[in-house]
Design a protein around this ligand. Structure first.
Ligand code: NI
Length: 180
């Protein structure tokens, strides 16, 4: 198991459309485990494979995102080759962050509810619905598999502000890692 590096924006990998998973084998299970360890290490509630430089349609979500406190301690949801089967016309605006933009939070409008079909790590098909934060988290992560990031959903001005903040944060992180 390994904690992987999360690629910060604008790494070109974050703009890629990821490839579908075709083989549900031990190598895939290891990818999922590494992603889980990485998400825990970074205190995230969702992670897409493309964010750790893996070109596969694989996401994990902390069950907290879907169930709130009732989800704490449950295994992460493994979402492979997801398709949106339905989304509500009703939208909601809420705060989003992203491990590829650490420390940046913006208000993003998304459908309030969504239903997706996906496979689990064993290749079994299932459907799941998300509402509120759950829908937001699912759609945010599915976006990553299409090369779309959260700043693509906001106005030009909000995007510019978010990018400025992101650049400042990245500079500070680079200084930190260079040591003192
Ligand atoms: Ni993200």
């Amino acid at each position: 198991m390994a904690v992987l590096d999360v690629l910060p924006y604008p790494n070109p990998f974050l703009r890629r459309r990821a490839q579908p998973v075709e083989t549900f084998d031990a190598a895939l299970a290891e990818v999922v485990r590494d992603m889980e360890e990485t998400m825990a290490d970074r205190d995230g509630i969702g992670l897409a494979a493309t964010q750790v430089g893996i070109d596969l349609r694989v996401l994990i979500l902390d069950p907290y995102a879907l169930e709130g406190d009732a989800g704490r301690g449950k295994p992460n949801l493994v979402i492979i080759n997801p398709e949106v089967v339905w989304e509500s016309a009703e939208k909601s605006v809420g705060e989003e962050g992203c491990l590829s933009f650490p420390g940046v939070f913006i208000q993003v409008e998304r459908p309030k509810k969504v239903r997706i079909r996906a496979r689990d790590a064993a290749g079994e098909t299932y459907e799941i619905e998300g509402e509120g934060l759950g829908a937001r988290a699912i759609l945010h992560e599915i976006d990553h598999l299409e090369g779309v990031v959260m700043i693509d959903h906001v106005s030009h001005l909000t995007r510019r502000r978010a990018l400025k903040k992101h650049q400042r944060n990245q500079k500070a992180l680079t200084k930190e890692s260079e040591g003192d």
